[in-house]
Write a protein that binds this ligand. Structure first.
Ligand code: NI
Length: 177
C-alpha cells in the first residue's frame, strides 16, 4: 500500500527510531511491502520507516543504472534493519542530495566517501558490506533518518540548498531518498 511520506517540519521525522526485535513477522513484512510500494510510486532511491511514520530502524534503498542520472551509480536493492555504519578512513565528499520528505529541493551534503555497514535483512540474518560513492551516500542519508537527522541539517553552505528548477534548470536533478 502506498503510504503518505511525512514532510520536514513533522516532529516524527526528528525522533530516534527503535530497533526491530522480532523478524519474519506479518507486521514487518507489511511494513516492508508498504515501504517498497511507496518508494516505487515516488521513484525514490531510498526510504526509511520514520518517513512513513513508523519509528523503527528499517531502511530500504536501491538504484538501477539510469541514463537520466549519469553521476549516479547502481546500488543493489537492499533491506537494512538495525544498521551500524563504520566509516573507512577517507576524505569526506560533497554531493547533491534530495529527500522524499523535502520534496522539490536539493542540497550539497558532505558524506564519508567509503564505509562499512552492517545490519540484518528482513529475515533477521546478519550481513555486512563495504560501500563507496553514491551507494555510501544513500546508506548515510537513510540511516540519518533513523536518528532524526534530515540532510538539510548537514549542509555546510546553505547557498548550496534550493529548489530543483532553480538549481538545475533544464537538467535532470539527482534522485530523492
Ligand atoms: Ni530522505
Amino acid at each position: 500500500m502506498i503510504r503518505e511520506v511525512l514532510k520536514m517540519g513533522n516532529p516524527s521525522l526528528l525522533a530516534v527510531a527503535a530497533p526491530v526485535e522480532r523478524f519474519a513477522t506479518r507486521e514487518l513484512d507489511a511494513l516492508l511491502a508498504d515501504m517498497r510500494d511507496t518508494m516505487a510510486h515516488l521513484d525514490g532511491a531510498g526510504l526509511a520507516a520514520p518517513q512513513i511514520g513508523v519509528g523503527l530502524r528499517v531502511v530500504i534503498f536501491g538504484v538501477k543504472r539510469n541514463p537520466r542520472y549519469p553521476g549516479v551509480e547502481e546500488v543493489p536493492d537492499t533491506v537494512l534493519i538495525n544498521p551500524v555504519i563504520e566509516p573507512i578512513p577517507s576524505d569526506m565528499e560533497e554531493g547533491w542530495e534530495g529527500c522524499l520528505s523535502v520534496p522539490g529541493m536539493r542540497g550539497l551534503v558532505p558524506r564519508y566517501s567509503k564505509l562499512r555497514y552492517a545490519g540484518r535483512d528482513e529475515r533477521g540474518r546478519p550481513f555486512q558490506r563495504v560501500a563507496e560513492g553514491f551507494h555510501a551516500r544513500v546508506v548515510q542519508h537513510e540511516c540519518d533518518h533513523l536518528d532524526g537527522i534530515l540532510y538539510p541539517m548537514r549542509i555546510r553552505d546553505l547557498r548550496k540548498f534550493g529548489f530543483i528548477d532553480a538549481l538545475f534548470p533544464g537538467e535532470e536533478p539527482p534522485p530523492e531518498e
